[in-house]
Design a protein. Structure first.
Length: 319
């Protein structure tokens, strides 16, 4: 079987048939139609074996996650997912692996109406790059730069589940197996992100942890923020872990949450309940935007929490 058979077998017809795809997989380029009045939102992410996922990660989960992280970026912009391209570098040709990977990718693509319209396939150390393309009405993409003092800081879902899984699974802690789904199969908050167009003043998705990612909103907006850690939405495992160890870094700085963090004027907070219900995802107010710079995290007793480090830095020391 040639490279072309591989592509035909596993990567043709992934996702729905969309009328805006004039030409998909199989030619030199895909031809895509962007309706007038809409802007194209584009984001690309690479997952490297041993850096972004454990070498024993199930291929089906990997197929899910590599698309999920891209859809999470579209969600954070308020964009509606449309198309994806996939660059795969594989150490060898393994039909069972490819089949499972394509299943995970296709199933999430179908859930969100995303058509796979092209890609590239090469041999080398396992690495997966996905580019996602979404659509958003002109001028309505939710940027990081719109947060203003006095606005509320909100997060979706629960924080720290994936971080706790990363802490426990390498130690073969079987009691943590149920957290694996939060690490390996994040559900991008696409419906919530789209519902927050015109409501959220700034938004980001939480890939590197609340402290680091909210920090990006603060820097882009030229503001500070105060978070009350006691208000963070925690699942029972993370709540139990924090209560026992006093270690807030799991929900605040461990990353891989793929929840949304956004700001909005306090007078708009009455819409949050309805938005959360309609998009099937809980939303919680966790703090306020302040004047000045930087993030202050208040412990339940009111003392200031001092983070050790925030987020994952691929090039430490490089500034
Ligand atoms: P070219 O050499 O012209 O770049 P390729 O041989 O790389 O063409 O790819 C042939 C076709 O298959 C192209 O349409 C490309 O987008 C698509 N393709 C290649 N690899 C993948 C993949 N992993 N997933 C989806 N489409 C792919
Ligand atoms: Mg090519």
């Amino acid at each position: 079987l040639s490279e072309f058979d591989l592509i035909r077998t596993h990567f043709r017809g992934v996702g729905p048939l969309r009328p805006d795809v004039a030409l998909g997989v199989g030619d030199d380029c895909a031809l895509l139609r962007v309706p007038s009045g809409l802007e194209l939102a584009v984001s690309i992410d690479t997952l490297v074996c041993g850096v972004h996922f454990l070498p024993d990660c199930e291929p089906e989960a990997l197929g899910h996650k590599c698309l999920a992280v891209g859809l999470s970026d579209l969600a954070a912009m308020g964009a509606e997912p449309a198309w994806a391209t996939l660059a795969l570098t594989l150490p060898r040709r393994d039909e069972a692996w490819l089949h499972a990977f394509a299943q995970g990718f296709s199933s999430l693509a179908a859930d969100h109406g995303v058509a796979l319209v092209g890609g590239d396939t090469t041999r080398g150390p396992l690495s997966i790059t996905v580019q996602v393309h979404g659509l958003v009405p002109q001028g309505q993409g939710v940027r990081r730069s719109g947060a203003r003092p006095g606005q509320l800081v909100c997060v979706s879902g629960t924080l720290g589940d994936a971080g706790l899984a990363l802490l426990r699974l390498p130690a073969r802690d079987s009691a943590a197996e149920h957290l694996r789904v939060r690490l390996e199969r994040p559900q991008p908050r696409v419906a919530l992100g789209m519902a927050l167009r015109g409501v959220a003043t700034a938004m980001i998705d939480l890939s590197d942890g609340l402290a680091a990612d909210l920090g990006h909103i603060l820097e882009a907006s030229g503001v500070g923020a105060e978070i009350r850690l006691a208000e963070l939405p925690l699942g029972s495992d993370v709540a139990e872990y924090v209560a026992r160890t006093g270690d807030w870094s799991v929900p605040v700085a461990a990353g891989d949450d793929y929840e949304l963090c956004f700001t909005l004027p306090p007078e708009r907070s009455s819409v949050l309940g309805g938005l959360a219900r309609r998009s099937g995802c809980a939303v919680r107010v966790v703090g306020e935007v302040t004047r000045g710079t930087g993030l202050r995290c208040l412990l339940p007793d009111g003392a200031l929490w001092a983070p050790v480090e925030t987020g994952y830095n691929h090039f430490p020391g490089a500034g």
